[in-house]
Design a protein around this ligand. Structure first.
Ligand SMILES: Nc1ncnc2c1ncn2[C@@H]1O[C@H](COP(=O)(O)OP(=O)(O)OP(=O)(O)O)[C@@H](O)[C@H]1O
Ligand SMILES: [Mg+2]
Length: 410
């Protein structure tokens, strides 16, 4: 049974080689570097040595040189097995130091074993080439130095590549951080916008209460007060006719107050939406919009209705409201089409006008808070919202929401 000495600094590689060789019937001893290998080999000379080149302590070049200078070892075949010194000049250097064969890692196990077998056979048959004369110290040092420099050069190049990768990663991270900053600014803007919309809503509810309801109630109070004063006089002078008229005026005021209360509650929450559902609310809002703005408003809705959670219903309705407000404010349009469709498992909503078209830069602009708010609502439903515009051809807002999510969102 041939005995092979394996010299390899990486424990895992050493172990793999040992297992492979033992599996093929060789007796194996192993060393972690050149110094250890020389100690083991002089005690128990192997039939062949397989050595790595790049190793701490004494590397493969130095080991090979000493091997060939040691009377007890110099006739034992020396095979270099390296993954790091792959330059032809490195291999030539190893051969000039007396290596019999150089193999580049990793080799297929079969090829590797065949390679060793061949060296052993040639050795037995005396066919291995004669070992070159010992390289002189100066020449050795110079060539060894050059091999190390080449290695260093390669390593530096690898470090450079690594550095570039790190720089790219740092760049990507910086861009991501920048984006997070932009997003958080947008969120802040949005929060401020929502607050100001709430303020506006509170303001307009306040005005309704003060201007309308207040007036009706004051009128009612004055009429009731005067009537009470008339009736508390010892001699009632007010005619029956007059009394009836005043009471009728009071009834009118009460009716108007009731109307105002209804209006306020509509302002506070869209009751049509709650009572009649999304489709009826869209119809109602479209009619109201057309009546207020004179912009012809068409609605196309799914005939069999849609099953949506209250949250999804509210979000879609708000998106339509915002889109129509934008049409009235910015589009200079004469018509607008609202379409709601169920396509497979998606709900599609589009609001398109025939106006001047939204300018491209406004679509993603961080100050386009209305649009941003609409997008947020769509995203919260697991969907998305896109806006597109063509000059003089109009603007379209498209929302796609997964039906499953829209039905389940609380
Ligand atoms: N249908 C449209 N046609 C043309 N331009 C539009 C349309 N919708 C939006 N825009 C343009 O996009 C901008 C951004 O719209 P967005 O709704 O975000 O803000 P806004 O309407 O100006 O203000 P807010 O909605 O906060 O009251 C508008 O100022 C307008 O210039
Ligand atoms: Mg707007």
């Amino acid at each position: 049974m041939a005995h092979i000495l394996v010299v390899e600094d990486r424990e895992q590689d050493r172990y793999m080689l040992q297992v492979l060789l033992e599996g093929h019937g060789y007796a194996v001893t192993a060393a972690a570097n050149g110094i250890e290998a020389l100690q083991i080999a002089t005690r128990n000379p192997p039939d062949l040595i397989v050595a790595d080149l790049l190793m701490p302590g004494m590397d493969g070049f130095a080991l090979c040189r000493q091997w060939r200078q040691d009377a007890r070892l110099k006739d034992i075949p020396f095979v270099v097995y390296t993954a790091t010194y792959t330059d032809v000049r490195d291999q030539e250097f190893a051969l000039s130091l007396g290596a019999d064969r150089c193999m580049i890692k990793p080799q297929e196990p079969d090829v590797f074993i065949q390679g060793l077998l061949k060296v052993l056979e040639e050795h037995r048959a005396g066919r291995l080439r004669a070992h070159p004369p010992a390289v002189q110290d100066m020449a050795y040092l110079q060539q060894h130095n050059e091999a190390l420099n080449r290695k260093l050069g390669q390593k530096l190049a690898q470090v450079e590549v690594g550095k570039q990768a790190l720089e790219e990663e740092a760049g990507a991270r910086m861009r991501a951080e920048q984006q997070v900053k932009v997003f958080s600014q947008q969120l802040k803007n949005l929060a401020a916008h929502i607050e100001s919309v709430r303020e506006d809503e509170r303001g307009s509810v306040g005005r309704e209460i003060h201007d309308e309801l207040g007036q009706h109630l004051t009128g009612l109070k004055i009429t009731a007060f005067l009537l009470a004063r008339e009736f508390s006089k010892p001699n009632i002078t007010i005619s029956r006719q007059d009394t009836v008229e005043r009471i009728e005026r009071m009834l009118k005021s009460i009716d108007a107050a009731i109307q105002t209360v209804r209006k306020i509650s509509t302002l506070l929450r869209p009751t049509v939406l709650d009572d009649l559902g999304l489709l009826a609310a869209i119809e109602w809002h479209a009619q109201d919009f057309q009546a207020r703005t004179g912009i012809r408003t068409r609605v196309r809705l799914p005939s069999q209705g849609v099953q949506l959670s209250p949250e999804a219903t509210r979000a879609l309705f708000r998106i339509i409201q915002e889109s129509l407000t934008n049409v009235a404010q910015h589009a200079k349009a004469s018509r607008v089409d609202i379409k709601l469709q169920q396509r497979k498992d998606l709900l599609w909503l589009s609001v398109s006008d025939n106006g001047q078209g939204i300018p491209e830069y406004k679509i993603e602009h961080p100050r386009s808070l209305g649009l941003l708010g609409m997008k947020e609502r769509a995203i919260l439903l697991g969907g998305d919202l896109s806006v597109s515009g063509k000059p003089a051809k109009g603007t379209t807002v498209t929302v796609k929401v997964p039906l499953q999510r829209a039905a389940n969102v609380p």
